[in-house]
Design a binder for this molecule. Structure first.
Ligand code: ZN
Length: 256
């Protein structure tokens, strides 16, 4: 009987990277075939390590791994894309981090995740567009979040009342997962302005690269941020992410 194959190769995006022990790094990878996985890069913090180049957050690469007893080991890698803009521009960093943090929380381990992988790759690329201003970055994050929820099985209901199908539905209930009409509203449902529901639908349906063409009102962005936070809290028990704390710190008065 041949021995079970313990090595494998995969394309992946680095969601997080932290020091481990004297010279290693513990990294979280988002992979096409195996969803989220945690791996150790031995010696990656040594200057001469051949792994050092590809184990930082915001890296897209091709990785060779060896299945370990508890954690897999990275044995080789080839960097395909380094999103260095996130490191070079302190104002941009928390937006890239937001995409990574959210993906890390929503995508499960050991399940194929091709859609979240493509979405994160495209999201990072679009955020690095130098012409994008603060409102454009915020809008991209909101659209990314809605699309990521949809691709991981948590698509919010944004077309009419989710209970009675009434066309006019302007109340959003995080616990019920979507819009409700006036008669069905209650509980945690919050009233939205008419444009906010339309905006949310467009962000969910439009290709990510077209989102920057939208010009939402400040009130719509504020309402959208509030329902996104409530939805995250209710369904994923996600409190305030570090990225959101940083965005608020760097942009006082902004709503994210
Ligand atoms: Zn209803």
């Amino acid at each position: 009987m041949p021995l079970p194959e313990r090595s494998y190769k995969t394309d992946a995006l680095v969601l997080s990277s932290r020091p481990l022990g004297e010279a290693d790094r513990l990294i979280e990878l988002l992979t096409w075939e195996r969803g989220k996985l945690t791996a150790v890069a031995r010696g990656a913090r040594k200057v001469k390590s051949r792994l050092a180049a590809g184990v930082d957050l915001f890296t897209y690469g091709h990785y060779q791994l060896h299945r370990g007893r508890s954690l897999d080991l990275i044995t080789g890698l080839e960097v395909k894309e380094h999103f260095t803009a996130f490191r070079e521009d302190a104002s941009l960093y928390p937006f890239g981090l937001f995409l990574a943090e959210l993906t890390g929380r929503l995508v499960r381990s050991a399940e194929p995740a091709p859609e979240p992988c493509l979405l994160l790759l495209e999201g990072w690329r679009l955020l690095c567009d130098e012409t994008l201003v603060l409102s454009g970055r915020m809008l991209l994050c909101r659209a990314f979040e809605l699309k990521l929820m949809a691709s991981t099985g948590f698509r919010p209901h944004l077309e009419g009342c989710l209970l009675c199908d009434a066309a006019e539905a302007l109340y959003f209930s995080p616990s019920q997962g979507g819009l409700l009409c006036c008669s069905c509203s209650g509980g945690d449902a919050a009233r939205l302005s008419a444009g906010t529901a339309v905006l949310a639908r467009r962000l969910l349906e439009a290709p990510l690269e077209q989102v920057k063409m939208l010009r939402p009102l400040a009130v719509q962005m504020r309402e959208l941020a509030a329902i996104a936070a409530a939805f995250r809290r209710y369904h994923f028990e996600i409190g305030e992410l570090r990225s959101i704390q940083l965005i608020k710190l760097l942009n006082p008065g902004s709503k994210c």
